[in-house]
Design a protein around this ligand. Structure first.
Ligand code: CDP
Length: 222
């Protein structure tokens, strides 16, 4: 019996990994899980309850009692929630609590999909170290800040590009230096630098990396 194909996509904020992951999943007919949205939902639940994201015990309770409807909340994608999410994500117990769901989604994707695409920070390194395909999607801080700034503007969230860049660098540093599951590329990941790529070019590059890996792993063709 063929095992589920798992595509692990990691990378820093606003690198384009979410868009690529979503498009790959749609193209291949695989299930898609945005793990960042789970950390954001835990953070939003805490903020709504007036809890401090730095409080490890309160964060664990929120993760264990996550109201999954928050994934669709309009506040989820705001910078305030992203910032709180990166604090919540530094607690080891929170990561453990979310890992169980993430691993079972990868190995038994909903709807009996033949594959799963997960994106986040530690998918290729911690959650699915045996994934058949690992991509690490990155771009220069300036390019990522510009994308995030445009995204925020489109949603009517005013911000200066310099402030967006500064916040992104703080979040990158926190994600890269935390002791548990820090953001880094798995040794066997294909690195995709999207600094000078429009989304269609990035998608074509990602798809060809996926096809190349799957062929070299001897998996059935896409
Ligand atoms: O919006 P952005 O792409 O920057 O981030 P996100 O993917 O929505 O994730 C928000 C925060 O959750 C990140 O800054 C990480 O600290 C954390 N996260 C994580 O630690 N591990 C994951 N697998 C996914 C997200």
């Amino acid at each position: 019996m063929n095992r589920t194909v798992i595509i692990a996509i990691d990378g820093p904020g606003a690198s384009g990994k979410g868009t690529l992951a979503r498009r790959l999943a749609a193209h291949l007919g695989y299930a898609y899980l945005d793990t960042g949205a789970m950390y954001r939902a835990v953070a939003l639940q805490m903020l709504q309850a007036g809890a401090d994201p730095a409080d490890a015990q309160a964060a664990l309770v929120a993760a264990q009692n996550l109201d999954t409807r928050l994934i669709d909340d309009r506040q989820l994608r705001t910078d305030r929630v992203g910032e709180a999410a990166s604090r919540v994500a530094a607690h080891e117990d929170v990561r453990q609590a979310l890992m169980v769901f993430q691993r079972s989604f990868a190995t038994n994707p909903p709807g009996k999909s033949p594959g799963a695409v997960l994106d986040g920070r530690d998918i290729g390194t911690v959650i699915c170290p045996d994934a058949q395909v690992k991509l690490f999607v990155t771009a220069s801080p300036e390019a990522r800040a510009h994308r995030r700034y445009t995204e925020l503007g489109a949603r009517g969230e005013a911000a200066s590009e310099a402030k967006v860049l500064a916040e992104l660098q703080v979040r990158d540093a926190r994600d890269q230096t935390r002791s548990v599951a820090p953001l880094r590329a798995a040794p066997d990941a294909v690195i995709l630098d999207t600094t000078d790529m429009a989304i269609d070019a990035a998608f074509a590059a990602a798809l060809s990396a996926v096809a190349g890996k799957i062929a070299s792993n001897g998996e059935p063709d896409l």
